[in-house]
Ligand binder design. Structure first.
Ligand code: SF4
Length: 412
């Protein structure tokens, strides 16, 4: 993607982003106000007014705010987002079984905006190494390109890379496969996404393998202070990788009834907008070049654009967010299954709690049930599990027994 096609302004550096943000983004947020056309209106093909950043060694200038699409995407909403200035869209072959790629493809073709958008999609289903790698990745990519109605994507990811899959980054066949995809013109850059509890190791391996251009990782106010993550990001920055944050909300209220509503209500009564504060914290941290946020309604779109436009967090909001973090710290599952799972007799506690969060926090019951039911039988065999021991092993004090049983009742 040619940055000049997005916006003729300069603005690659972090400092320029913060400056440009204040000058331009507010107008975009305001454009989503009362005078905005209905969802079905055609998007304006005018340049985005979101502040631009440069994505590491890709050299691409993209809006600092990208849109995630892991939900039942609606064509009208995609149009509205494009109209509001969104020009960075993140998808995957697995989102709603390929439906999201199809919706995006239809909208981008109809509006003629494909080349204006930095488009990312992901390989989830054939993360293989060895001699079969190239054909496997090519097949998955071709299917995505067909659904997206395009002949290339800007970046192609290994989706949700786990600690066990780190050897893929060091596998010469995988490297060659991605390089051949690049040479064919079907992908412009190579990347990965990750929210595994071995995230620092994965980021380090991505920085060292020499062929990854871009990473998108879980990064939020609950995790960004961890030394291991910051050290790994230092290496990634030194390798000039494009750095993109996702899951910036830190699990919202985490889990349904366990949410300490009175405490949270107290903050809400003070006028605290957690979503905006959480995303601003990531922008203000300055380590990430861009944020991909799942915006599923008009208010979220407007608020996130406003946050990108004014990324500095007030001292008061910092204080309130920290109060909120402390009050809910025992309800946020960090995905560190190596603590609790050895005691749980093979039950995949971290995955199960993540799927429960998809259901209870993000309202994605169908997706959560699909994921839960795709787990191997032994990973959800609660009869053989010692959940009390798993709960005792959790260093964050999560009510593991209650949450895992609830997941089985709801998703099993
Ligand atoms: S339940 Fe506790 S130990 Fe297990 S993954 Fe979640 S935070 Fe980590």
């Amino acid at each position: 993607m040619d940055g000049a096609r997005i916006d003729g302004t300069s603005g690659g550096s972090r400092r320029e982003f913060l400056k440009t943000a204040a000058a331009t983004g507010g107008a975009t947020a305001a454009a989503l106000g009362a005078g905005e056309p209905a969802w079905a209106a055609p998007p304006a093909a005018s340049p985005t007014t979101l502040p631009l950043v440069t994505l590491g060694k890709t050299g691409q200038k993209v809006p600092a705010l990208g849109m995630g699409t892991s939900w039942v995407l609606q064509a009208g909403f995609v149009q509205a987002a494009l109209h509001a200035g969104v020009r960075y869209i993140d998808c995957s072959e697995t989102y709603e079984g390929g439906y999201c790629e199809k919706v995006l493809g239809e909208v981008l073709e109809r509006t003629g905006l494909r080349k204006e958008v930095y488009l990312v999609t992901k390989n989830s289903r054939a993360k293989v190494g060895g001699p079969r790698a190239y054909q496997a990745y090519l097949n998955r990519l071709n299917a995505s390109l067909e659904r997206l109605r395009t002949d290339y994507v800007d970046c192609y990811y290994l989706h949700g890379l786990t600690g066990r899959e780190i050897p893929l980054l060091q596998d010469p066949d995988v490297k060659v496969a991605f390089e051949k995809l690049k040479q064919s013109g079907k992908i412009r850059f190579c990347g990965l996404s990750c929210h595994d509890d071995r995230l620092p190791e994965i980021v380090t391996a991505a920085a060292e393998c020499g062929w990854i251009d871009q990473i998108m990782i879980q990064y939020n106010y609950r995790t960004m202070g961890q030394d291991s993550i910051r050290r790994a990001l230092d290496l990634a920055a030194k390798a000039n990788l494009a750095l993109v944050a996702m899951k910036t909300q830190g699990g919202a209220g985490s889990f349904r009834e366990a949410n300490p509503a009175p405490k949270f209500q107290e903050l809400v009564d003070k006028g605290f907008k957690k979503q905006a504060a959480a995303i601003k914290t990531v922008f203000a941290d300055g380590r990430m070049q861009a944020v991909v946020s799942e915006m599923t309604n008009r208010d979220m779109l407007r608020e996130n654009i406003a946050a990108a436009a004014a990324p500095v967090l007030s001292a008061r909001d910092q204080k309130l967010l920290e109060e909120y973090r402390q009050a809910t710290a025992h309800l946020y599952c960090h995905g560190c299954g190596h603590h609790c799972e050895p005691a749980a007799g093979g039950v995949a506690v971290a995955d199960i709690l993540r799927f429960l969060r998809y259901d209870e926090v993000y309202g994605k019951r169908r997706r959560a049930r699909e994921l839960y039911q795709a787990l191997p039988a032994e990973a959800r065999n609660l009869a053989a599990a010692d959940l009390a021991a798993a709960q005792a092993a959790c260093p964050h004090g999560l009510p593991v027994v209650e949450l895992v049983r609830r997941a089985q009742d709801t998703l099993g």
